[in-house]
Design a protein. Structure first.
Lengths: 47, 256, 270
């Protein structure tokens, strides 16, 4: 366990990477979902 | 008051010189508002009419236009900086120092140049994200996406070549990191896979071509200067012209 | 055709029932406001945060760490996990080529010209994942890398060196050799420099197997997806998608299992 938590905090880096990537990805997806919803009533939107 | 104003307007507009530049009256009538799009080289990037939905900021976020604006800003401030900068390793650093201390508005122009560069890199990325999310690259606009990707690469390379010019520690070592990567190119670099096998050495590989030598020195500075101030902006301008022209030809994808 | 006829024709063509507006003044003024706001923000930033100028360039003193400009720090961060030819040349080239082919491999007719997630889940998720990875690597490069490119938390003491000797990295083929007691003698001599051992062959199979399995599973389970794309598009999409997923995969192998290289040859190491 010590060599996973020990320097350079590899489990910490891994968790940071996973959560960070997921969070960044989510920002773009939520952005797309929000804009899809906000343009929903715009009939001129879709042709 | 109104009469004086109208007379003044007539004085300015009712002559051969004004008419030679602007071939129509003020864009206060629908006809003139259409004519302004036909007769102005800059405004004719636009169509005459757009759908009402186009006015919503949250469709485009103005990102493409902002990127172009940052490019113009960089060209203006860049020309100013070129007056005071000589790409000679013995004086480049001092020229930049002078911009911050001796030259009137020198530091303002340098700061504006730097911030516009950062802003342009970011806005290019965000513009690409927006274009992806609205699916605006789908047929018939595939090729314009390709041009856009090339412009993205050019933006990064432009920014990177500019990084060397102040000739301080930050510049030298950031570019050294990059040239080390070039040395590691497969086939083309002396330290890359199959590079030595096909005869790449420190004196003939891609890094040597980029730097004009084996280390970041005078020839590298000159090369980066010419690329940054002349070659790459020219290529970018041509690609931008194609980019904008294709938008008008293919039409806007969304409500725009 | 004279000018006024042309105007009438263009106006008629573009005027659809969905009520359009004139670009002047409606759009042109928005652009003007954008330009003014942009100028104001640039001026403000320039005044509060001046451009840095460090010591005169000198080949004798190497700053520690040497950092590339922020927009390349994602790639520099990859140097921790990959050799320079991959992190600095091949992966960026693959990103560029991958971006270029997007419009030619995306056959989904939906979502053209409007925001949608529900009508194109795979492409939006895939693209967002790539962007997410790109941005998080930049965040790490800017705010978590200190002396010797070691990892520093915001609460760490950034002035002392971290002990790098604490990590012992080992190639996958050596792990296989030790775990399964495989021979270290070459079974196949390829040229003068490359003697392939059994464990080396296994790493080749694992590496190619990653792509092979990745190509096969969607083909078997998501036949509709395959049929929609066709042979060439399917393979292009899967190659770039699997390579993109391979980047974080290799990073985890290295972080959790101490694996330095997955595949070793005399010419290149992955």
């Amino acid at each position: 366990m010590d060599d996973i938590w020990g320097y350079p905090y590899r489990l910490g880096i891994t968790i940071f990477l996973v959560i960070g990537t997921a969070a960044c990805t989510l920002i773009f997806v939520v952005f797309a979902m929000w804009l899809e919803k906000s343009f929903k009533d715009d009939k001129i939107n879709k042709r | 008051m109104k009469q004086i104003f109208e007379k003044l307007v007539a004085l300015i507009t009712d002559n051969q010189v004004y008419r030679s530049v602007f071939r129509h009256g003020f864009p206060t009538t629908d006809a003139n508002r259409a004519l302004v799009m036909f007769s102005s080289v800059i405004l004719h990037l636009h169509p005459v009419r757009v759908r009402r939905g186009a006015l919503k900021i949250r469709f485009t976020w103005c990102l493409g236009g902002l990127t172009f604006f940052f490019f113009i800003m960089l060209a203006i401030t860049g020309v100013f900086l070129m007056f005071y900068y000589v790409p000679d390793t013995r004086r480049a650093y001092n020229d930049i120092k002078d911009l911050g201390t001796v030259v009137y508005f020198g530091s303002l122009f340098r700061n504006m140049h730097r911030w516009s560069a950062h802003a342009m890199v970011l806005s290019v990325w965000l513009h690409m994200t927006r274009v992806f999310l609205t699916g605006s690259y789908k047929p018939p606009r595939e090729f314009n996406w390709v041009v856009g990707v090339l412009l993205l690469v050019l933006t990064l390379v432009l920014s990177w070549t500019g990084y060397l010019l102040p000739w301080d520690q930050l510049a030298l070592w950031a570019v050294t990191v990059g040239s080390k990567m070039a040395e590691a190119s497969p086939l083309l670099g002396n330290a890359g896979p199959f590079g030595p096998e096909i005869g790449m050495t420190r004196e003939n590989d891609i890094s040597f071509v980029l730097l004009g030598g084996t280390v970041v020195g005078q020839s590298a500075l000159l090369r980066f200067y010419v690329l940054h101030c002349l070659a790459l902006p020219l290529v970018s301008a041509v690609l931008m012209a194609i980019h904008f022209w294709r938008i008008r030809k293919d039409g806007f994808s969304g409500p725009l | 055709m004279n000018l006024s006829e042309q105007i009438k024709k263009t106006a008629a063509e573009t005027r659809s029932p969905e009520d359009t507006v004139l670009v002047w003044p409606n759009l042109v003024y928005i652009e003007l406001i954008c330009i003014l706001l942009g100028t104001a923000v640039l001026l403000f930033l320039s005044l509060i945060s001046p451009a840095p100028l460090e010591e005169l360039a000198s080949a004798d003193t190497t700053p520690n760490p040497t950092k590339a400009p922020w927009y390349f720090l994602g790639l520099q961060e990859l140097l921790v996990y990959f050799d320079p030819w991959l992190a600095g040349v091949v992966l960026p080239s693959m990103i560029i080529v991958g971006l270029i082919i997007i419009p030619y491999v995306d056959t989904n007719p939906n979502g053209k010209g409007y925001y949608t997630f529900s009508e194109r889940k795979f492409s939006v998720l895939g693209f967002s994942f790539g962007l997410g990875l790109w941005y998080i690597l930049i965040v790490i490069g800017v705010w978590s890398r200190g002396l010797d490119w070691s990892w520093y938390w915001p609460w760490s003491d950034w002035t002392i060196h971290m002990s790098v000797t604490a990590v012992k990295l080992i190639d996958l083929e050596l792990i296989l050799q030790e775990t399964f007691g495989l021979s270290d003698q070459p079974i196949l001599q390829l040229g003068q420099r490359y003697g392939m051992t059994i464990s080396n062959l296994v790493t080749w199979l694992l590496f190619l197997g990653y792509y092979a399995v990745g190509f096969t599973i969607p083909f078997l389970l998501l036949r509709k997806f395959y049929n929609k794309l066709g042979l060439i598009r399917y393979h292009l999409v899967m190659f770039f998608f699997l390579s993109m997923c391979g980047v974080p995969l290799k990073m985890f192998l290295r972080l959790i299992f101490n694996i330095k290289y997955v595949l070793v040859t005399p010419w290149f190491k992955i």
